[in-house]
Design a protein around this ligand. Sequence first.
Ligand SMILES: [Zn+2]
Ligand SMILES: [Zn+2]
Length: 101
Amino acid sequence: MALRKCPKCELNYLRPGETICHVCASAMKRKKPVPVEEEEVVMCSNCGEAPAVKGHDLCEECLREQKREAELELMADKLRADEADMPIEEDIEDEEENDEE
Ligand SMILES: [Zn+2]
Ligand SMILES: [Zn+2]
């Protein structure tokens, strides 16, 4: 079986079953889905594995995670605020040192 050269670049030999060489194949693959974006993609600053959502420096997943944590924190804050609403009388008596003259 004679080796055939890639019809595209005519440099590399084809392996059985290939119609173009792997170099051209990966070049084509790279060329295909290039979304036209004016800005370069910023990667998530948290996981660094997914592109960040526009206007944020986190990816969608990390944003969701952050939101969930923020909500949990908000709830915790609310609980704390509720507790703070109830006056703690024990602490007040200590502050009767107004002996200014
Ligand atoms: Zn080729
Ligand atoms: Zn992320």
